[in-house]
Write a protein that binds this ligand. Structure first.
Ligand code: SF4
Ligand code: SF4
Length: 123
């Protein structure tokens, strides 16, 4: 049983600066948006941190920057079915999510179940 609930989380994992995509991920995104590979690659990825295809990001009130496909009001992924492999795999086989444990801890300490503790991701 998973000890985390993504619906109750502001999306820490989606704010991670290094979300590396594979060719297959870009093909899937291209298919989803009906775009050619080259267009999807240009629109959705950039090179950086030693990766050829890094997820592009946008501004976010909580984390500064977040994945371009994240709905910053609803706090959820807008391309769930077409999301990249890295997103499908996270947080791995483990039934815990470290970010979620951190969030729950901070909410208990603050005695506020809406509190959004922020992390210091560097771009
Ligand atoms: S950080 Fe963890 S709990 Fe939050 S959305 Fe990602 S996987 Fe789900
Ligand atoms: S594609 Fe979806 S699940 Fe993956 S980082 Fe972006 S918003 Fe999060």
């Amino acid at each position: 049983m998973a000890h985390y609930n993504c619906l109750n989380c502001p999306g820490y994992c989606c704010s991670y600066p290094i979300i590396a995509l594979t060719k297959r991920d870009i093909e899937r995104l291209g298919k989803h948006f009906k775009l050619a590979f080259a267009t999807a690659k240009k629109r959705f990825t950039r090179e950086g941190h030693g990766h050829k295809y890094l997820m592009r990001r946008k501004g976010d009130k909580h984390f500064g920057r977040i994945c371009q496909f994240f709905d910053t009001k609803e706090r959820r992924c807008t391309i769930y079915k077409a999301r990249p492999a890295a997103c499908r795999d996270y947080p791995g086989n483990n039934c815990r999510c470290g970010y979620y444990d951190f969030l729950m801890h901070e909410r208990r300490v603050q005695d506020d179940d809406t509190f959004v503790a922020v992390t210091n991701h560097k771009d």
